[in-house]
Design a protein around this ligand. Structure first.
Ligand code: NBG
Length: 829
């Protein structure tokens, strides 16, 4: 790279940025106070808690950047192959606590602040987390950035800087109400804006085709609007290791005013255009699993993809490299189909702008991208109408047609049947013609992976079957993993301490080291310590729940927890049926075997999802009934904890005894909450779905409460013609529970309120709740029986935790490195 300023460079190379790790109390105090006084211009008499938080965050950010700068130097020296992770969503959670942990200065910082009469926990509480994702997919992306940094993968995470993230959920009369998430309201000390890293992105218009003097086709795209994307960088630190950048794009108008309109005296029209272009990154779409069709969403996708690709190419060319070997230097991972327009965009950049021949550009493109699929739900497989795509991105539509026509010709040459060809085409022309983005991503990538062993198998045998037959070597699996440092070390300090005291710190960088605890699984005093820690975590959660909802739980009860997005396939309502069956048993004097239980629910419903919202209302109605009935409320409590987030999750998982993973088999691609629960010592009740299968394999069948149909049985049941009503007729207990839904007892006499749920279950029951009901009840009875033997429970809990090695995101990222990215990792310490 060209040196811009010799003196500065000399200083930089001779002074070598020192490590940001293991700072002393005095260093921390000094930096903190300097940030408070001179970074923020605050004096002690006026400083607020938010000022203290911001000052500490700014000090910490400096140390994180140190690690980042050191990593960059290392990468440059090694000339390593890099990874760009493209994700429309991230859920980083609060940064401060995690960065302190990764710098190994949590306790020193606590002491430094205590010297100043400040309380670290209170300061940590100030942080508002960036809610830039819906659920598992966004959180996975953040876990992966954590592990890429920790392992030393030269990488950048690209995404969108939504001004308003996922809505805040409140309850109004037991219904979900959505409130705008203003996460930037108090500023964001973690990010640095890079006004000079900004790219223009075009939309609309038309294309012109001309032959140049060499008779080569030149295509010119004349857009009808352009907007600018500016980079905002947040450094992400690995554990005592490298720093990487999460680079999020924010949209702004290129011209701040439409001067023509302004000159005519129409000020409002002049600013309107500016506002319209800035809308692109205003808000995250709050639907998970189902986003097709929305024009603004496609604009968001193209916007961030285009900025990211322009940026990656800039970085490549800056190093004096040729585009012909772009793919040898960069891997681009597509996190689901959301960024899959990147395939057409890279072709456009290479062919139209850099004049590369089509075949060569296609070679580069296909070797650059890899695609991760995160869902089999048909309604979640993105499709864009040809009409819409052609209107917004006319040149990309042409490119997609060209890719498709070459691809289909290949298939014809290989004697694929017309039927297969039409199934595999990138264009679906049944009904309104649309583009199958999963097909575009598959054709344009060198690897395609699912996110659990089962999901990857189903991907190959169902959704992408034809492609898997054509290119078997392209398909692979990378089972998801979670950042165990955040979800165990940071969230559950009591347990983390106990583990470290027994086996040292190795587990922080190698989770499989937890196996060294095996010898304690039967040790009574260890079990007791284990149980005490869980009890304290439950007390902590109890206090939080009381503060947020007014409901007081009893921490000695079994904490049975179902937290995740509200979706019918995840079957929160199956849990409700179980709760009602216990309620009715108690009412009928048949409840002596029931172990006292607190049921805790949490999760957001997509604002337009009728059934999911009604399920929340059902949960809160059941909670009202049970919590206020003295005949049952000593044994059962039910609570819906509003606004589930990463911050709350960090309090919830450590307090769980039982983890509910009860989706209909074949629907949950992986799940990652299931891993976080087990990692914190909860036992799982679950179906053979997603990663549950592998969790059960690892922790042992005996330590997992299994119930329900397998994927194959689900398919057979549906094929044979499923009649939920017959099950209802034959099962007395179930019938009583179902009828209770429309008895009016849950709804102040209103018998219609829950009828939509009732009717849906009796008439269609698409997720086979009734079919799995009996098996679930029996497995739950087994749970209650096991809970009575607290030593046995503790033992199983220990066996869960110590067998979680496989589910660290460090393992997942190592798999990506080996199998897909072929990158060498480079660590700085
Ligand atoms: C979700 C799946 C989960 C999975 C996460 C992360 C989407 C589209 N998919 O099962 O439903 O754990 O992705 O892979 O959000």
């Amino acid at each position: 790279m060209k040196t811009q300023n010799k003196n500065i460079e000399d200083y930089f190379t001779s002074s070598k940025p020192g490590s940001g790790l293991d700072l002393s109390k005095e260093e921390i105090k000094k930096s903190f106070l300097e940030k408070l006084f001179y970074g923020l211009g605050r004096i002690p008499t006026v400083a607020t808690d938010n000022d203290y938080y911001s000052a500490l965050a700014l000090a910490v950010r400096d140390w994180v950047f140190r690690q980042y700068v050191r990593s960059l130097e290392e990468y440059a020296e090694q000339d390593s192959r890099g990874v760009a992770y493209l994700s429309a969503e991230y859920l980083p959670g609060p940064h401060l606590g995690n960065n302190l942990l990764n710098l190994s200065i949590t306790e020193t910082t606590r002491e430094a602040l205590a010297d100043l009469d400040l309380d670290l926990d209170k300061i940590l509480e100030q942080e508002v987390e960036p809610g830039l994702g819906n659920g598992g997919l966004g959180r996975l992306a953040s876990c992966y950035l954590d592990s890429m940094a920790t392992l030393g993968v030269p990488s950048i995470g690209y995404g969108i800087r939504y001004e308003f993230g996922i809505f805040n959920q409140t309850l109004k009369d037991g219904w979900q109400a959505e409130v705008t998430d203003k996460w930037l309201h108090y500023g964001n000390p973690w990010e640095v804006v890079r006004p000079e890293i900004a790219f223009e992105v075009k939309f609309g218009g038309y294309t012109e085709h001309k032959y140049d003097s060499n008779n080569k086709l030149q295509v010119n795209w004349i857009p009808d609007s352009e907007i600018r994307g500016t980079a905002y960088d947040t450094p992400i630190l690995g554990y005592r290791s490298n720093g990487i950048i999460m680079r999020l794009w924010s949209a702004e108008a290129i011209e701040s005013f439409d001067f023509a309109a302004y000159n005519m005296g129409d000020y409002y029209r002049a600013v309107e255009k500016k506002m319209r272009s800035e809308n692109i990154t205003k808000v995250l779409y709050p639907n998970d699993e189902n986003l097709s069709g929305k024009e603004l969403r496609l604009k968001q996708q193209y916007f961030f993809v285009s900025c990211s690709l322009q940026d990656i190419i800039r970085l490549h060319l800056l190093q004096g490299r040729e585009l012909e070997n772009f793919h040898e230097k960069f891997n681009i991972q597509l996190n689901d189909t959301h960024p899959s327009i990147a395939v057409a965009e890279l072709m456009r950049i290479l062919v139209d702008i850099h004049q590369m021949e089509w075949d060569e550009a296609w070679h580069v493109t296909r070797h650059t991208f890899a695609y991760t699929n995160h869902t089999l739900l048909p309604e979640a497989l993105e499709k864009w109408s040809v009409n819409l795509l052609g209107r917004l991105l006319p040149r990309h539509l042409e490119i997609i047609y060209e890719i498709n026509s070459r691809f289909l010709n290949e298939l014809r040459k290989q004697n694929f049947s017309t039927e297969q060809i039409s199934r595999m085409s990138l264009i679906d022309d049944r009904g309104e013609p649309s583009i199958r983005m999963a097909h575009l991503a598959t054709v344009g990538s060198h690897k395609v992976n699912g996110v659990s062993a089962l999901h990857s198998r189903l991907l190959k045998s169902m959704v992408l079957q034809d492609f898997a037959e054509l290119w078997p070597e392209k398909f692979t699996n990378v089972t998801n993993g979670v950042a165990h440092r955040r979800f165990l070390a940071l969230s559950n300090p009591g347990l983390a301490d106990l583990i470290t005291r027994k086996i040292g710190k190795e587990w922080l960088t190698d989770l499989s080291a937890l196996r060294n605890l095996e010898k304690f699984a039967d040790d009574k005093s260890f079990q007791e310590e284990w149980r005490n820690i869980k009890f304290k975590n439950k007390e902590r959660l109890t206090a939080l729940i009381e503060e947020r909802t007014g409901v007081k739980l009893d921490p000695s009860m079994l904490f049975d927890i179902h937290v995740k997005r509200i979706h019918e396939y995840k079957r929160q309502h199956l849990k409700v049926l179980h709760i009602l069956s216990l309620y009715l048993r108690l009412k009928n004097g048949k409840g002596k075997d029931i172990s006292p239980t607190s049921f805790i629910f949490g999760g957001k419903a997509a604002p337009g999802y009728f059934m999911a919202k009604r399920i929340i209302k059902l949960i809160t109605a059941v909670a009202d009934l049970i919590n206020n009935d003295p005949e049952v409320n000593k044994k059962l409590k039910v609570v819906f904890l509003p606004n589930f987030s990463v911050k709350l999750a960090q309090q919830v998982y450590p307090a769980a005894d039982l983890s509910e993973q009860i989706s209909m088999a074949g629907k949950e691609a992986s799940g990652t909450g299931n891993m976080k629960f087990s990692l914190n010592g909860a036992l799982t009740i679950g179906t053979l779905d997603g990663a549950n299968v592998e969790i059960r394999e690892e922790v042992g069948e005996k330590n997992f409460f299994l119930f329900g149909l397998t994927t194959e049985e689900v398919q057979e049941t549906k094929k044979a013609g499923y009649h939920p009503y017959r099950i209802y007729e034959q099962n007395n207990d179930l019938r009583e529970v179902m009828d209770f839904l429309i008895s009016g007892k849950l709804s102040k006499g209103d018998k219609e309120l829950f009828r939509p749920i009732y009717d849906n279950l009796l008439q269609q029951d698409p997720y086979l709740l009734l079919k799995d009901y009996q098996s679930y009840i029996e497995a739950m009875d087994e749970v209650h029986k096991t809970w009575k033997d607290q030593n046995e429970w503790a033992k199983r809990s220990i066996l869960n935790v110590i067998n979680m090695g496989k589910f660290s995101s460090d393992r997942s990222i190592s798999d990506y490195c080996e199998d897909i990215w072929k990158v060498e990792t480079v660590k700085v310490v």
